[in-house]
Design a protein around this ligand. Structure first.
Ligand SMILES: CC(C)(COP(=O)(O)OP(=O)(O)OC[C@H]1O[C@@H](n2cnc3c(N)ncnc32)[C@H](O)[C@@H]1OP(=O)(O)O)[C@@H](O)C(=O)NCCC(=O)NCCS
Length: 197
């Protein structure tokens, strides 16, 4: 059942495409564009993410990130993707399928960010739509989960638009921007309808 790759750390990993975007694992050649987009989007992103380490945008930190992602992918624990726009190849954001649990769960959790200048243009909706067949058919997962702050209207709108249903409320679920914060819990099951984009 598990989707184990026999890949090495230099394997580019799976590519997911469709809906006008291409998703692939980060590579060292992405560093400058990634760091530039994250830096210019810092104020937009940091309220919703774990605290960025001081060296987060450096090349050395990115190298560690790329290695960790490759290892996670090789061992079927997580699949981290950057999102590129089909029309010109521009990097618009990132989408990660993580915390993969096999056995009786066959579940994983998604996390995502979009560069500020690309916000509200439908890119994350398209990226999640592209990820769905990869998660449910290629990886054979049964359940995708997501969690967001109750004040994150953009994330709530995205999840509901892409067919995720609200299932619960978890107290102090994740440490976001330095604070243990309550989260809304969402999930989409393999046979759920696709939402209303
Ligand atoms: C959440 C996020 C990834 C959405 O990406 P996006 O590409 O802008 O999303 P889309 O353009 O595909 O929009 C999908 C839906 O989300 C909702 N949405 C997006 N931005 C919104 C905003 N600023 N206010 C209210 N709803 C919003 C809408 O319902 C939208 O559908 P609509 O445009 O048809 O009304 C992006 O806002 C982001 O990166 N935010 C900061 C980081 C973050 O919140 N990460 C997630 C933590 S859980």
């Amino acid at each position: 059942m598990a989707f184990f790759r026999s890949a090495s750390l230099t394997d580019p990993g799976p590519t997911v495409s469709g809906h006008g975007v291409l998703l692939r694992a980060p590579q060292m050649t992405d560093h400058a564009e990634w760091a530039g987009l994250r830096e210019e989007s810092r104020d937009f992103l940091t309220p919703w993410e774990p605290v960025w380490p001081a060296d987060d945008l450096t090349r050395a930190s990115f190298r560690r990130r790329v290695r960790r992602y490759a290892e996670d992918q090789r061992t079927d624990q997580a699949y981290a993707f950057l999102i590129f726009r089909d029309t010109d190849g521009a990097l618009v954001g990132g989408l990660t399928l993580a915390n993969i649990r096999r056995g009786v769960a066959q579940a994983g959790s998604i996390g995502y960010w979009i560069g500020e200048r690309f916000k509200r243009q439908g890119y994350m909706t398209r990226a999640v739509q592209a990820l769905i067949p990869f998660a449910f058919e290629t990886l054979r997962l049964h359940r995708l989960e997501a969690a967001c702050l109750p004040s994150n209207n953009a994330s709530i709108g995205l999840l509901e638009k892409t067919g995720f249903r609200r299932e619960g409320y978890a107290r102090e679920y994740l440490c976001i921007n330095g604070v243990w914060a309550d989260h809304l819990l969402y999930a989409r099951l393999k046979h759920d309808p696709p939402g209303t984009p």
